[in-house]
Write a protein that binds this ligand. Structure first.
Ligand SMILES: [Cu+2]
Length: 201
């Protein structure tokens, strides 16, 4: 038995086939958008024990940071990007806050903030805590606000919370954990730390 194909289908089916083929060809020709730049950080305490991991992702308007900490004393703790990617206990090797625009410290400071200023992380009674935040003043890509400047950048957690106004440290106490930012490729492999020049005023 021969099935009769309606006239409308005889017209529409070839058009649909053409559209599908066209889309397949186009997606093969057009380049897919590049994956976002990402970075990872492994934070260690003063004894060298791993106490946290962070992931940074370059967004269109800034850098997204997700920090998971564990094995730390309970309470609010300041978190900052520090100037140098060096974490030798007691972590003064990391220098001051990342501050290419030479501003004063504090997210609430009228003369601030430092580019490296971040929100506090809250550590629970179990010693763990998570900070998810955006920083609109830094970049993972090349430029004056790049965290991947010649000497790299460290992510530092302090003993106490940042008051967001006292220059230059936010009254946050000594560093208790530190980790160097490492650039990641799309497959997750680390491809090294500091690179590229930073132009400073
Ligand atoms: Cu700090």
């Amino acid at each position: 038995m021969i099935t009769k194909v309606p006239r409308r289908a005889r017209v529409l089916l070839p058009i649909a086939a053409l559209v599908v083929t066209g889309c397949t060809v186009l997606s093969a020709i057009l380049p897919s958008p590049p994956p976002p730049t990402t970075a990872t950080v492994e934070l260690r305490d003063l004894e060298g024990k791993i106490v946290g991991n962070a992931t940074l992702t370059q967004m269109s308007d800034g850098v997204r940071l997700v920090l998971d900490a564990r094995g730390l004393p309970a309470g609010g703790k300041a978190v900052h990007f520090h100037d140098a990617g060096r974490c030798e206990p007691p972590f003064s090797s990391a220098g001051g806050h990342f501050n290419p625009e030479r501003k004063r410290h504090g997210l609430l400071n009228p003369d601030g903030p430092h580019a490296g200023d971040l929100a506090n992380i809250r550590i629970g009674a179990d010693g763990a805590g998570r900070l998810e935040t955006m920083n609109y003043r830094v970049s993972l890509d090349p430029g004056t606000s790049s965290l991947f400047d010649t000497d790299g950048t460290a992510l530092v957690i302090h003993a106490g919370p940042d008051d967001f106004s006292t220059d230059p440290t936010g009254n946050s106490g000594a560093p208790i954990a530190c980790g160097v930012l490492s650039r990641t490729k799309t497959n997750g492999d680390e491809v090294g730390g500091p690179e590229g020049p930073r132009t400073r005023p």
